[in-house]
Design a binder for this molecule. Structure first.
Ligand code: 2RA
Length: 333
């Protein structure tokens, strides 16, 4: 399988290389793709040196699969060009997520919806993925009615320049400002652009993507906050159900779920934190407790590595699922 990574020099692209190195996908040729400025540079993968190429060259090389993480405008222009050549594209941008004719996939939840007709598949937003990995099992048990979520999103979600801004602020260096204000010693209730309804695009991704992936009847309201943490998104989730729930059974359900790591023992200060999820594949869940102010309602705290399960790992798992379902025929290579 000839696999291209479009945006290989970015933070998600670099995480994709790490994930691919850990998983045994049948890759016969890796095609690292970046801007013309980066074309010709070298990257290491699988103990070998690979030369970065630009999009035109990558298209000529006719990859079987292309993982995109290079921004929405690149995806909008180039994903269809790769797909027209029979390439299976998994796109990390928001470009195609709400397209009616494109699938929005979290393999553990709706991976079986994938079919041979899918050439451009959208990877959900990082904060959506970790929230739905936590909520999907409970939806099937008790039917989620409404979700109130506040996110505490790391700066790596914005990219390398944002990481640099925080580092500069910590060292007292004046540098490029990616955020409208200082991020160090601060929190910004502002992730992505503001919309007419007073929400940000990041908040509406949680609303709209939940409806598309899990159930259109679920009501969601969100507040997305940027915090001075290098990596790892955290979420305080309040979820109410149509039917009452059994908390010990929820714990058991999570304990038996390979995509989840239950970290929940307040007596010994055990709860998830961004520092513990770096490079980890699981979605970490803790602070489970019944909402005593409202019936059939549960509070939880959910933390995950936003570059990993929130982006690179979920993307590669979509490819894995397509191989499993013989949408991508390995014998073809
Ligand atoms: C953020 N979810 O954290 C976005 C990045 N994909 O800014």
């Amino acid at each position: 399988m000839k696999l291209a990574i479009v945006g290989v020099t970015g933070m998600v692209g670099q995480e994709m290389l790490k994930v691919l190195a850990e998983m045994s996908l049948p890759i016969t040729e890796l095609i690292p793709v970046a801007s013309k400025k980066s074309a010709g540079t070298k990257i290491q993968y699988g103990g070998q040196e690979h030369t970065v190429v630009d999009l035109e060259k990558a298209l000529e090389m006719q990859p079987d699969v292309a993982l995109f993480s290079a921004g929405g405008s690149i995806s909008l222009e180039w994903a269809p060009k790769f797909a027209e050549k029979g390439c299976r594209v998994v796109d990390n941008s928001s470009a195609f997520r709400m397209d009616e004719d494109k699938k929005l996939i979290i393999p553990e939840i709706n991976g079986n919806d994938l079919s041979k007709d899918d050439y451009i598949i959208a990877n959900p937003n990082c904060s959506t993925i970790q929230m739905l990995i936590a909520l999907a099992p409970l939806h099937h048990l008790y039917k989620v009615k409404r979700v109130v979520v506040s996110t505490y999103q790391s700066i790596s979600g914005t990219g390398a320049k944002a990481v640099k801004q925080m580092e500069n602020e910590r060292q007292g260096i004046k540098g490029e400002m990616v955020y409208p204000y200082a991020i160090d010693q601060n929190v910004l209730p502002h992730c992505d652009d503001f919309l007419e309804n007073g929400y940000t695009k990041e908040e509406m991704k949680l609303v709209n993507e939940t409806k598309k992936i899990l159930d259109p009847s679920i009501a969601v309201t969100a507040t997305a906050v940027r915090v001075p943490v290098q990596g790892g998104h955290s979420e305080a989730i309040n979820v109410s159900f149509e039917n009452d729930f059994d908390l010990p059974f929820i714990r058991k359900t999570y304990h038996n779920n390979p995509a989840v790591h239950l970290q929940d023992n307040p007596d010994t200060n055990i709860y998830p934190m961004p520092l513990m999820v770096q490079g980890k594949n699981a979605v970490y869940i803790g602070r489970l407790r019944r909402d005593e102010s409202q019936e059939k309602t549960l509070n939880m705290w959910v933390v995950a590595d936003n570059l990993r399960k929130g982006a690179a790992l979920n993307t590669v798992q979509i490819v894995q699922k397509m191989i499993e379902k013989k949408i991508i025929e390995i014998g073809m290579f």
